[in-house]
Design a protein around this ligand. Structure first.
Ligand code: SAM
Length: 286
């Protein structure tokens, strides 16, 4: 198996296949030998589990996933990588590539065709330009993952894993943590990639809640409220929601009172149970 953490091997592959790295597609490939085995170990509970990966690049993480999982399916948008991956994955019959945009995937069909009854873990070094859209697409889909272990920008990792109800949290924190537990696993410095990006990274894991925190129909109004609340952080929660949701102050005062909230509280101070209670209280009164 080609060692894709060896710089000479990576350069030689790129040269032989006339491959130039695309900044637009977030092509910063891992060259740190410790990181991919760690992602595979964190992400794949045992060898009965399958893995779905987005963006194999030259296949450095795909190789490790194939060594740990029963089967790996990797979705890649850049067809220029076809001859490279044919070479780097040729000794791994349990690894398959699907060509296309992950955000256009029909995940239910993919799961039925590729994984059957196997439990599936999602593992990826995500292209940073679409980190949140990919995570939300996967979390909102009808398929279920054992866990999602992903490399993201360090700042995004901190925000995704922040405690809801603290300053570090944002709308995306709530959107993700509504659906799963988010853990910050490890820092990965920029030198661990080729070409090196201008930012540091981190690996996080999202594990879907065994019991959903709310009913499916409660998610949309809650996220609408969360977007409105975080859009104007400097205002009080009541003022932010009044202008963001177009809701009268009287209705909001009543809802805040029902939840035992002070009228001058800021939105970022509301923890997850309070957000759920407040969203229900507003819906009941609108
Ligand atoms: N897994 C490799 C590694 O760790 O070295 C490459 C990771 S690189 C950060 C991101 C990969 O995602 C690239 O191969 C890029 O071409 C691919 N990609 C970017 N946008 C994509 C999309 N919308 N759908 C599928 N793959 C995408």
């Amino acid at each position: 198996m080609l060692n894709l953490t060896d710089m000479q091997t990576v350069r030689s592959l790129a040269n032989r296949h006339h491959f130039s790295f695309s900044k637009g597609l977030g092509q910063n490939f891992l060259i740190d030998p410790a990181v991919c085995p760690a992602i595979a170990e964190y992400g794949i509970p045992d060898e009965t589990c399958a893995a779905l990966e987005v963006g194999p690049g030259f296949g450095v993480l795909t190789q490790q996933l194939a060594l740990h999982a029963k089967k790996v399916v990797s979705v890649e948008i850049d067809r220029r990588l076809e001859p490279v991956l044919a070479e780097t994955l040729k000794e791994l019959p349990n690894a398959a590539i699907l060509w296309g945009d992950v955000l256009k995937l029909d995940l239910q069909t993919l799961f039925a065709q590729q994984f059957g009854e196997m439990p599936v873990a999602f593992c990826a070094n995500l292209p940073y330009y679409i980190t949140s859209p990919i995570l939300m697409y996967l979390l909102e889909s009808d398929v279920s993952f054992v866990s999602m272990t992903v490399m993201v920008q360090k700042e995004a990792a901190e925000r995704l894993c922040a405690e809801v109800g603290t300053r570090a949290a944002g709308a995306v924190t709530v959107a993700v943590q509504l659906r799963g537990k988010a853990e910050y696993l490890m820092d990965v410095p920029r030198e661990s990639f080729y070409p090196a990006p201008n930012v540091d990274s981190a690996v996080i894991r999202i594990t879907p809640h065994a019991t959903p925190l709310c009913a499916p129909e409660e998610i949309a109004p809650l996220l609408k409220m969360v977007k409105a609340g975080f859009a104007q952080r400097r205002k009080t929660a009541m003022n932010a929601l009044s202008s963001g949701l177009g809701c009268s102050k009287a209705v909001l005062a009543d809802a805040f009172g029902a939840c035992g909230l002070a009228e001058n509280i800021r939105f970022e101070q509301l923890d997850m149970p309070t957000l759920l209670a407040l969203s229900r209280a507003i819906s009941d009164r609108s």
